[in-house]
Design a protein around this ligand. Structure first.
Ligand code: UDX
Length: 447
């Protein structure tokens, strides 16, 4: 009989994973401890913006006309334990308040809630990003709490999905990594991922610590690559070079590659910043802190970008105080095609300027509600044009396609002054300059 799958935690990762498992043909039961989320998902709606996710969900949620009916949601641990052969734990691991370390309380409580109900053999698969060593500890906990004893097994299967591409990354992963301690666990996971494996996704089998480290080291590498190009942007600015050309030129070397070399106001979001910090904290606990001191530099280069953008904006409004100046901010999310504003460089810059007395008006295609919740005191407009109306300077901080397609001539008519600062090196400088704008970007020559 086909495996029955449960997914515990229905945030970005869990909601996508649950719908994708149903898309791959499995019967799936998703669990969340928040009844409102369960209700929303059971109605075929997702609580965030992610291209293609709602459509995929609606193809499978039971009770929706024309759906496969393979996907349901619940708040009941008993039901989940009874239903599943394979349980994926997808709860989040945020940064602890006031510390670098990651907060494992959601993962720990998920295991503590599920394990006592496991009366039949099952594979519990951790997907959350956790400090190395957690899987070994959680395997002991499972053995201690599960009535079925050794019949409840653990595996670790990190997730590499990117926001904005979550559906594609889950259905067609560029690799599947599984940390296992038995052949049975490997066999079950090969069955779960039979579809992507048949399509050619590499399947990498490791021990627990390696599987945990793969995730944090992949994110550390990506963060390092971004901070590397941003460090080059600082040098380019000092030497009057052009970091965009530089990135293009070094990217032709396929050992370096073109991707993740976009200089600008740096990385944010719910993953890269907190993951590199948690990794440093964990290395410290293990006595290997020296190995990761470079990540401190990666973090500080990144945070410096936000301050630098504030300084460029200050220069643009005359070099003194922001008091009495109007600043338009295009973009609030941490990247385009997402409504996520967690640790968003764009909002951070907007907030800093606001706190220094500037009148900031923000527009974002999808992130307005989340931005308002996080920064209720900023001004918000219903369109890019309205945000720019009367502005002394325009800051382009998240590279939505909609902003690349703006007509600079038309915008110039409503702006008080035609100055645009491109924090993502994504606009066509020639077109803006032609329309009479002063265009400045990070790491590029002034004119
Ligand atoms: C990341 C990892 O890519 C993914 O594999 C992991 O599972 C979760 O964390 P995500 O947070 O969705 O995914 O965003 P990503 O696309 O990696 O971008 C992160 C940040 O880096 C964004 O703020 C983006 O604007 C910035 N970025 C990215 C740059 O500043 N320059 C670049 O060249 C690339």
């Amino acid at each position: 009989m086909a495996l029955r799958i449960t997914v515990i935690g229905t945030g970005y990762l869990g909601a996508t994973h649950a719908a994708a498992m149903a898309e791959l043909g499995f019967e799936v039961l998703g669990l969340d401890i928040v009844p409102e989320k369960v209700e929303l998902l059971s109605g075929g709606r997702v609580p965030m913006y992610e291209p293609g996710l709602e459509e995929m969900l609606q193809r499978h949620v039971a009770g929706i006309a024309g759906s496969s009916g393979r996907l349901r949601f619940t708040t009941s641990w008993e039901e989940v334990a009874e239903f599943g052969d394979v349980h994926f734990v997808c709860v989040n691991t945020p940064q602890k308040h006031g510390e670098y370390a990651c907060d494992m309380s959601y993962v720990d409580s998920a295991f503590d809630a599920l394990a006592p109900h496991l009366t039949r053999p099952a594979l519990v698969v951790g997907k959350s990003t956790v400090p190395v060593g957690s899987a070994a500890r959680l395997a002991d906990r499972l053995a201690e709490l599960a009535p079925v004893g050794a019949g409840a097994e653990l595996a670790w299967n990190p997730e590499f999905l990117r926001e904005g591409f979550a559906v594609k990354d889950t259905l067609h992963p560029d690799r599947i990594v599984v940390g296992v301690t038995s052949e049975n666990a490997e066999k079950l996971l090969r069955e779960v991922y039979a579809g992507p494996i048949a399509e050619g996704s590499p399947f990498v089998v490791t021990d627990f610590p390696t599987a945990e480290l793969v995730k944090t080291s992949a994110n550390s590498f990506l963060a390092t690559k971004i901070s590397f190009i941003n460090a080059m942007a600082e040098v380019c600015e000092a030497a009057d070079g052009d970091v965009v050309k530089l990135a293009e030129a070094i990217g032709h070397d396929d050992r370096i590659g073109k991707k993740f070399l976009r200089a600008g106001i740096g990385f944010g979001g719910g993953c890269l910043p907190k993951d590199i910090r948690a990794f440093m904290a964990r290395a410290g606990e293990l006595g290997a802190d020296q190995a990761l001191t470079f990540l401190r530099e990666v973090d500080s280069i990144n945070m410096r970008r936000r301050g630098h953008m504030v300084e460029l904006a200050r220069e643009a409004v005359g070099g003194g105080s922001f008091l009495g100046t109007r600043v338009a901010v295009l973009g609030a999310t941490f990247k385009p095609d997402s409504d996520d504003v967690r640790d968003s460089p764009a909002l951070n810059v907007a907030g800093q300027i606001h706190l220094q007395g500037g009148q900031v008006t923000v527009f974002d295609p999808k992130g307005m509600d989340n931005a308002r919740q996080l920064f209720p005191t900023l001004g918000y407009a219903d369109s890019a044009r309205e945000a720019v109306r009367g502005a002394d300077v325009v800051l382009h901080l998240t590279e939505w396609r909609e902003f690349r397609e703006l007509d600079p001539a038309e915008l110039g008519e409503v702006a008080a002054r035609r100055i645009i600062l491109d924090g993502r090196n994504a606009l066509d400088s020639a077109v803006w300059r032609e329309a009479g704008w002063t265009y400045r970007a990070m790491g590029r020559p002034k004119a």
